[in-house]
Every structure is written in C-alpha cells, then in structure tokens.
Ligand binder design. Structure first.
Ligand code: FMN
Length: 675
C-alpha cells in the first residue's frame, strides 16, 4: 500500500531496503559502556521491525564536545570495540546503522565548552571559549577520526550533525561566528569548517562508507544562513562526497516550535523538497512525519528520497513491518507529546515513550505469552485501562473491559478535542483496533459493580478521576462549569471566560476556547513567523497574530510563573501561544466568590512578590471554567477487597495528583507484564 516508502534505495556501494530512516535520538543509553547491550536491544527491535537505516544518538568527537559532563563520545579504539554489540545486533536483522557525530559547541552543558566564538547561548548557563585556529583544525579532524572509529566498530556510516544550533551551525552563522581567521568572516570562510570535516571524513573512512550530513535548512534564528549559502554548502558537501543529506529544522534556541504536537504533520517537507531540486544526492525529510501515508505522500510528491522518523519509531518498533503487511491500523502513532522522550532527556532521565514504555527498556520490560491463561476484568477504558487490557490480551489472557461511558478513552478523549492535539485521536483509534484484534470483550455504557466482578481471577481498577470542585463561595452559580462539561459535553461558553487552574488542563481549555482544530501548515507558519528561507535568512519572519476569538483570563493560586509545571520542552510553546492570543495570566490569585457580577478575586499588588499587599478585582466574565485538579474514583476497591477479589488499582484511580497518561500507561504495562 506504500509503494514508494517500501521501495529500496541504491546508494552505489550499498542498498537500503526501504525509505525509512530512524532519526537520531539520544536516549542516555549511549553514555555508559555498561548500557550498550540495552542500546543494542533497542536498535535491534527497530531493525527487526523493518527500519532500513538507524542513526544513533549524538556522540562527541572530543570530550569538549560532550553534551553533558562525561557524555557519549567516540574517541578511542576501546570505545569502538565496545560498540560491536550494537552494530552486530542491527546487522543480524538486516538493518544498517550510522553513528551520529555531534559536537555540542556552546550548547555543551559543562564549563569546559568551546565554540566558534565566545558568545554564550541563551539556553545554557556556560559561556564557551572561542577555539583557537589550531583547535578548529584539530576539531575538524576529530570528526573524521570518530568516523574511522565508527567504521572499526562495524557502523555502516556516520551522520555528521550540522544542524540544531550545535558547533557546526555555530560556525556557519554570523550570529555565532565572529572569527577573523580563516574559519570566519565571510560566508565562504564560515562554511569551511563543515566542508573540511566532510573532506577529511571521506578521505579517512573511504568510499564504502555512508557519510550522511544533517544540514540546517531552516535555522529559525536571526543572523542565520541565507538559502543561497545553504545551497552552496549542500553542493560543497556533495563535491566532497556526502552520501545523503538529512534535514535539520531550527536551532534549539529558536523560539519557534519544530517538533511538538501542534506542529502540523510534515510541516517542513516543503523545504527538503526545495533542497532536493538543488542537489544530486538523496535527501531525507524530517520532523513530525508520523504515519506511513504521510511518509508515502512526501516521497511520491518528490519532496524527499527518504523519510526520517525519530519519535515515531520510539512509539512503535514495528512501524515498517506493520505498514508493509497491511497492519497499519496496528501502528502506535507518535503524538509528539515529548512527555517521556525529550522531556526525560532534558531532565537527564532515560528517554522512552509515553505510549510505549518498552522503548529503551526492551530487556527490562518484557511481555511474554502467558503459560496460565487467566480471566481478568479491567474497569475503566482510559489510557490505564486500555493499555492494561490490550497488553494482557496480547499475552494471551482472557480480558473483559468495562466502561461506563459509551466510548473508550476517558480523559484522553478530551485531550483529542484540543486544537493542536488532533493526533491524540490516533491513540484511541489504535486501542479501539487492538481491542478488536486481540479479542478483548468490551462492555460500553456499563458501570461495573462489585458483584459483576466477583468471578474474575484479577480485577484491575482503572476508573480514573473526576474533576475536583474547589470550595469557592458561589461555585454553584450558573456561570460555573467544569472542563469536562466544556470540552467533553459541549456546554456553551458565554462572553469573557475565567479559567480557574493553570495546569495542563487549564492551558488546554484556553486553547480550546481560542482556536479552531485542524490548523493548516500555512496558517501555522504565518502564526509562528516561519517563511521561505529565500525570503528571509533562516526562514524567520514576523509572527502574524490573529485577533483573539474571545477574552480569556487564566488564573492560578500559586505565585509562580503560569505553566511552570508543564512539560520542559512543550510548556513554552503553550505559554507563547496563549500570550499571542491575548490571554491574561494571573498568579497568586485568591478566589473570593462567583456571583452575577462575575468572579471576585484578590491578587498581590506586585505580581512578583506574593507577600505584597493584595488588591481586590472583579473579572466581569460570563463563564468560569474550573480546572482545579482531579479526584480519584476508586470506590470499587473496598467492596471488591471485602469479597476477596485480587484487586489492582492503576492510573488516575491510584494517583490523581496530576493527569498523567505517561504514568498510567507505564503502570498498566508493568502490571500486564506480571500477571
Ligand atoms: N537529533 C539529533 O540530531 N541528535 C540527537 O542526539 C538527538 N536527540 C534526541 C533525543 C530525543 C529524546 C528526541 C525526541 C529527539 C532527539 N533529536 C536528536 C531530534 C530528532 O532527531 C528529530 O529531529 C526530532 O525528534 C523530530 O523528528 P520526529 O518528529 O520524527 O521525532
């Protein structure tokens, strides 16, 4: 069904079996030698699942280029030897694998960083020192040496990381390269560093070796490269023997989102297509390509020769095989939530996947077919219950799933209705399909009682949460509604709105009230000021803000910045979106009462000082939406335990402190592995 996606690609000295590349992801398993067997298992599953070409997470070519202190590096023959376990595991399944060589430059999170110049980046606390002329020369050679070591380790090639604002990008842009020696000054001199790296790498590694280069096609920062310069670089790399050009989008310090859920699928494929028309080597499209039909469309339209999928292959190791065998409905689609992948990376935790907690835990979280088939009831079809039911049935247990509502999904159903989170619907479609495929008996519209459950070997209580209603005078006023009523039940919202509670749900509700679902890529680009790099250096122009659809106040009791508790790599996007839509955000709020005049509150006179005197305000709103947390629903536990039933409580029914599908699915999967 996906003829182009599944067609091989001849690279001359070698052939890729299809067009799917697993994009580079640093999982943290790269950093310690003892974790390499786990890394091998992680990649082996993806190779076994049909991926043609895998790119490892970034490895520094010198210790100064570490991302973090004692981070991953490829600098010695000993390190190369240790990687045999990784390359052998991939080759065993007929996959190919490249080692990514990444020098962090001024993005390094340690005090020994060096960059093209001495300017600190806005996203790291450490000021780099400028490399000396000799150091630049030696660093260029270190990339080639890392490639030679990778070859010894059995890698099929390397990817030179030239994008996302790391060292090579820092050389390329006037923004970060203020050198006056042979490595800076003019565009041609700034380009010399990557061109030398390419030349030396090809010279040292030989012709029978893939050298892929990740080129920054949209820098999305000021004082960046022009399109002309980008094309000149691409052709220079081609002249020096590059095998494949991969797409990089946006420096890490860019204030334009490039990978989160609200970035429309395949939003940047057009710029890869633009490059493809300028060069003769294969090019790879990247970012937010998460379904086989989207990948096929990009390839068939001629925008790329290959597609990179990074997070989608965390979510599903068998992506390619499922697509190839007509089982694409079984694919776990990446929803770009970043909750368990990039957010983990930025908190120095191992990256995995919210929807697939086995990712990067292949040897630790194992779900084998059961030897003793049990009869198991799961109560509640939110993420916890769905994951438990589907995984248990996958192991061969007899599973019945009870859901009080007339559809599956629980709180996740609400998320799927938020503009920018349209992809969440794929998750529910996946579970619906797997319930059928794995023969789970689904009882919809059925609120199970303890008596209904008495005869099962195990009962899993995954009954979720209900919204918490805070004890504010006038909370029963007709203008007050819960987020469930607004987003779930379609209760109409009148006039200006106050949202009580600025956690993830408060932000979601504000977006729901302000934006339409299904934003086009063109509209998204205008809103974030992304343009054709032919028009503006780095593809960055000014944001076009639409007049807000309604006035929204987002309020919280905590005095901290609103949205602080949101995801590390996604929170800023939500904050910026609401700010651009004119939302007033107030922290340190005390709620006094709700009446016909609106919502009465007090706030500190100085918003930065919660202890400053308070002033009273009346927000003349037509609707107050309550997003003030949740309470667990677990009233089945006591009667079931009294009946002597083996009860397990998971998800929001267990802990309602925050709405947390990541925790719910992980807990469900771990339980399913044990029963
Ligand atoms: N890109 C790199 O070039 N080098 C890295 O080391 C790297 N580490 C990443 C780690 C994580 C956990 C994630 C989610 C992404 C990382 N990326 C890295 C970026 C991905 O290669 C890719 O560009 C991004 O995830 C968008 O593509 P996707 O939508 O297919 O996931």
């Amino acid at each position: 069904a996906f003829p182009t996606l599944l067609s091989p690609l001849d690279l001359g000295h070698t052939t890729l079996r299809n067009r799917v590349v697993m994009g580079s992801m640093h999982t943290k398993l790269e950093d310690r030698k003892r974790d390499l067997p786990k890394l091998a298992a992680f990649f082996a599953e993806r190779a076994k699942g049909g991926t043609a070409l895998i790119v490892t997470g970034g490895y520094a070519p010198t210790w100064r280029g570490w991302l973090l202190p004692f981070g991953s590096q490829m600098t010695t023959t000993g390190q190369a030897r240790a990687h045999r376990v990784v390359t052998d595991a991939v080759h065993e399944h007929d996959g190919k694998i490249l080692l990514q060589v990444l020098h962090a430059g001024r993005y390094a999170y340690h005090p020994f960083s060096k960059g093209a110049s001495g300017r600190k980046s806005p996203i790291t606390p450490f000021k780099p020192r400028a490399m000396s002329t000799r150091e630049v020369d030696r660093t260029a050679t270190s990339f080639a040496r890392a490639a030679a070591l990778a070859k010894r380790a059995g890698y099929d090639g390397v990817e030179i990381m030239g994008s996302e604002g790391y060292l090579i990008n820092q050389f390329l842009a006037a923004r970060t390269n203020t050198r006056t020696d042979a490595w800076g000054g003019s565009a041609a001199k700034r380009m010399r560093f990557p061109l030398e790296i390419m030349k030396r790498t090809r010279d040292l590694a030989g012709d029978d070796f893939i050298v892929q280069y990740r080129i920054s096609l949209l820098d999305l920062v000021d004082d960046a490269q022009s399109w002309e310069e980008t094309v000149e670089l691409a052709r220079g790399l081609q002249d020096r023997g590059v095998s494949i050009l991969n797409t990089g989008i946006g420096w890490h310090e860019a204030r334009v989102p490039t990978i989160v859920t609200s970035v429309p699928p395949a939003a940047f494929a057009w710029v890869t297509g633009k490059l493809r028309r300028e060069v003769d080597v294969p090019v790879i499209a990247s970012n937010r390509i998460n379904r086989p039909e989207i990948a096929e469309e990009i390839l068939a339209a001629g925008d790329a020769d290959l597609v990179s999928m990074a997070r989608p292959l965390l979510a599903d190791a068998e992506f390619v095989n499922k697509a190839a065998s007509g089982r694409d409905a079984e694919i776990i689609t990446c929803i770009a939530c970043n909750q368990a992948c990039l957010d983990h990376t930025f908190s120095n935790k191992r990256a995995t996947c919210m929807l697939n907690p086995r990712a990067a835990y292949e040897t630790e979280l194992v779900l084998l077919p059961t030897r003793t088939r049990k009869s198991i009831a799961v109560v509640g079809a939110g993420p916890a219950g769905l994951a438990a039911a589907v995984e248990l049935a996958g192991r061969g247990h007899r599973v019945e799933l009870f859901e009080a509502a007339d559809r599956i999904g629980g709180q996740f159903k609400l998320a799927a209705r938020i503009p920018g989170k349209e992809d969440f619907a794929h998750t529910l479609a996946y579970y619906q399909h797997m319930i059928e495929t794995r023969g789970v008996t689904l009882h919809l519209g059925k609120r199970a009682t303890a008596d209904d459950l008495a005869d099962f070997d195990h009962v899993i209580v995954a009954t979720g949460v209900v919204p918490r209603v805070p004890p504010i005078p006038g909370i029963d006023h007709p203008s007050v509604v819960t987020y469930q009523q607004v987003v779930g039940d379609g209760v109409e919202v009148k006039g200006t709105v106050a949202v009580i509670g600025a956690g993830g749900i408060g932000f979601d509700v504000a977006e729901f009230l302000l934006h339409e679902p299904g934003e086009s890529a063109e509209h998204w680009m205008r809103r974030w000021g992304v343009t054709d790099p032919d028009q503006q250096r780095g593809g960055l122009s000014t944001k076009v803000k639409a007049p807000p659809r309604r006035e929204v106040h987002l309020l919280q009791r905590k005095a901290s910045t609103l949205g602080k508790g949101l995801g590390k790599t996604t929170g800023w996007v939500h904050r910026a979106t609401l700010q651009d839509s004119g939302v007033t955000m107030l922290g340190g709020v005390e709620y006094v009462r709700v009446d016909d005049e609106g919502l009465h509150i007090t706030v500190p006179v100085n918003p930065k000082d919660p202890k400053s005197p308070r002033e009273a305000r009346v927000l003349a709103v037509g609707t107050v939406v309550v997003c003030a947390g949740q309470e667990s629903v677990n009233d089945l536990v006591v009667p079931l335990t009294a009946q002597g039933v083996d009860v397990h409580v998971i998800g929001g029914a267990d802990v309602a402190a925050e709405l947390d599908a990541k925790r719910a699915i992980k807990q469900a999967t771990e339980l399913a592995a044990k029963l």
